[in-house]
Design a protein around this ligand. Structure first.
Ligand SMILES: Cc1cc2nc3c(=O)[nH]c(=O)nc-3n(C[C@H](O)[C@H](O)[C@H](O)COP(=O)(O)OP(=O)(O)OC[C@H]3O[C@@H](n4cnc5c(N)ncnc54)[C@H](O)[C@@H]3O)c2cc1C
Length: 140
């Protein structure tokens, strides 16, 4: 069975690990839109406070560990469209091209987007390097 998971953070990786645990023959691919698979988002405040000095230490597992569990990780790969009749996931690849990935089962684990409150000046501030959201490892 080919399981494809969109999203490589807490939910996506938990799904991938559990699938492999239940069925080691399961072919699991995780596509994520960034380069930070299985990082501790909850650890960002400790990085900002300086208690964690090296941001890469916020990784729950390394890429090598994830691979050793039989999980294929496709970083910087954005899911663009789901073809339900052909069971294909259209993705934008890191080089800017596109590729279809076949799936038998698909899990969507794309998280949430922050609510940006209507505070005057906020939208313009977010375009600068002095006002930040705290949501992703890239934000940190
Ligand atoms: C600062 C901070 C501190 C927190 N502290 C705690 C805490 O102490 N305890 C706690 O329980 N929770 C905490 N949380 C909440 C917790 O981090 C989230 O609930 C958790 O990260 C959600 O995981 P997720 O996998 O659902 O989504 P996310 O972590 O948001 O991950 C989404 C994934 O989907 C990918 N993605 C999105 N769109 C696409 C697409 N089109 N194609 C491919 N990939 C895509 C992203 O690249 C990413 O890999 C905290 C959150 C923040 C921001």
């Amino acid at each position: 069975m080919r399981l494809v998971i969109i999203g490589g953070s807490d939910a996506g990786i938990a799904g991938a690990l559990r699938a492999r645990e239940l069925d080691p023959s399961c072919d699991v691919t995780v596509v994520l839109d960034d380069a930070y698979p299985n990082f501790s988002i909850c650890g960002i405040p400790y990085y900002l406070s300086g208690e964690v000095v090296d941001w890469s230490k916020l990784a729950h597992r390394t890429l090598e560990e994830l691979s050793s569990y039989g999980i294929a990780i496709r970083m910087n790969t954005r899911a663009l469209a789901i073809d339900r009749s052909r069971h294909q996931l259209l993705c934008r690849t890191p080089d800017g091209g596109s590729q279809e990935i076949p799936w038998d089962r698909l899990i969507i684990a794309t998280g949430a987007t922050p609510v940006i409150p209507t505070i005057e000046g906020l939208s313009a501030g977010l375009q600068t390097d002095r006002v930040f959201l705290v949501h992703t490892i890239a934000d940190a």
